[in-house]
Design a binder for this molecule. Structure first.
Ligand code: NAI
Ligand code: MG
Length: 393
């Protein structure tokens, strides 16, 4: 039977890029039924819930989804934009994509960053006034998606028992001067189970695709009980994967190294926040948000999305100009997940060809200061980019 894919366009440019990815899936002959599901700002305004129960039900039923992007706004604005009939009834806005990750326990976040040859954005300066070479980055980041510093366990003015527990901690004697009301606490929680899952997923990926190293990118010398725990787990897991080296870097040093020798890295694994940081760092080296794709994978549900947000500035163009490639590559990750490896290769090759030929470029692939003269500023529309990719298939 044909499979059903859930489509969650969301807000802003999410609504533009998602149909483009579906056009590519159709062109490659991927057979599926599609069902739309409501998510995002529109539904917060209309019904006080950006992630309606009916959407959770559809996902529960069909398991695999493509997601565009959502808009989120500060608390004061979110209350203002709620439908008048819903005002004053205690509705609270929660980011629906963070909500999805937590509801379905999508604990594995995978973000590949691979150079497309000829992308003008590959040319980075490596010294005053000179471009030395085009780096060939091929990195896959495995980010723990549900725990760590983004787990949402935090307080200002913490409850008495928490305050008391902190105050009896030897390190907290430095904070004894601070009144409870003036104390902010965000917790960084790592569990052995989910830390092991992300580390193991990283090694499995390295083994399957022939990467020579897995780099644990944390800060174990300082954050000993969480980063240190992750390092200890990585050392244990590494023993099962002969031939794959375990490297251990600190997040701060890693951000410096990735500007100097990004080619040296293969698979990278990190907790939630450092994984977020290091994946944006590498994304910047392969073209930025227009090229950054990702997968959120749980037990049996998987959601594929570009890393970028809803880019409201670009949402209302009569002829959209934003880059559909991040969304198209996210759809490729979905095909990969479904075992459609040939189709992935064909689409990736088509994207690579369009970029290398350089005749069709969206605005974000613009000429950089100091880059070679042959580089033209991108003037192609979103649909022209997709058309060019489809034409190469
Ligand atoms: P953003 O990613 O939406 O856009 C920032 C800038 O990046 C844009 O103005 C544009 O210049 C560029 N850009 C993004 N996607 C592009 C594409 N496909 N092609 C070419 N250029 C692109 O981030 P921003 O402006 O910080 O957030 C806008 C809204 O999106 C906010 O409401 C934010 O909360 C939300 N957001 C949602 C995410 C999600 O749905 N997963 C992730 C990040 C932000
Ligand atoms: Mg981020």
């Amino acid at each position: 039977s044909k499979r059903t894919i859930v489509l969650m366009p969301g807000d802003g440019i999410g609504k533009i890029v998602l149909p483009e990815a579906v056009r590519v899936l159709d062109a490659i002959g991927f057979e599926a039924d599609y069902v739309n599901a409501d998510i995002g700002w529109e539904f917060w305004c209309k019904e006080g819930n950006a992630l309606p129960q009916r959407t959770l039900d559809i996902l529960e039923q069909h398991k695999i989804a493509l997601f565009g992007a959502i808009t989120s706004k500060p608390k004061a604005d979110s209350v203002k934009e709620l439908a008048p009939a819903l005002q004053g009834k205690g509705y609270t806005y929660y980011s629906p994509i963070v909500g999805l990750r937590q509801h379905f326990n999508l604990d594995l976040c995978i973000r590949p960053c691979k150079t497309f040859k000829g992308n003008p954005l590959n040319f980075i300066r490596r010294g005053p006034g000179s471009i030395i070479e085009e780096p060939e980055v091929d990195v896959v980041i495995f980010r723990q998606n549900t725990e760590g510093l983004y787990c949402g366990v935090e307080w200002t003015n913490p409850p008495d028992d928490v305050y008391k527990a902190l105050n009896t901690h030897p390190k907290m004697k430095n904070f004894a001067w601070c009144p409870k009301e003036e104390l902010g606490v965000s917790t960084r929680i790592f569990t052995k189970k989910y830390t092991t899952r992300i580390v193991r997923a990283a090694f499995e990926h390295a083994k399957k695709f022939g990467y020579k190293s897995v780099t644990l990118c944390e800060k174990p010398n300082v954050i000993r009980e969480t980063s240190g725990m992750m390092l200890a787990i990585a050392k244990e897991v590494a023993k099962e994967y002969g031939g794959i080296a375990l490297w251990n870097t600190n997040i701060d040093a890693q951000m410096m190294w990735l500007t100097k020798n990004p080619e040296d890295y293969g698979v990278i694994v990190a907790g939630n926040m450092f994984g977020d940081i290091v994946s944006d760092g590498f994304a910047g080296l392969v073209g930025g948000l227009g090229f950054a794709c990702s997968a959120n994978i749980g037990g049996d549900i998987a959601i594929f999305e570009p890393t970028h947000g809803s880019a409201p500035k670009y949402a209302d163009y009569a002829t959209p100009i934003i880059n559909p490639i991040a969304m198209i590559l996210s759809a490729c990750m979905m095909l990969d997940h479904l075992g459609e490896v040939d189709k992935v290769t064909q689409i990736r090759n088509a994207v690579a060809k369009v970029i290398e030929e350089g005749n069709v470029r969206t605005y974000d692939m613009l000429k950089l200061k100091g880059s070679p003269d042959v580089v033209k500023q991108g003037a192609a529309s979103t649909t022209e980019m997709t058309d060019a990719i489809i034409a190469q298939l």
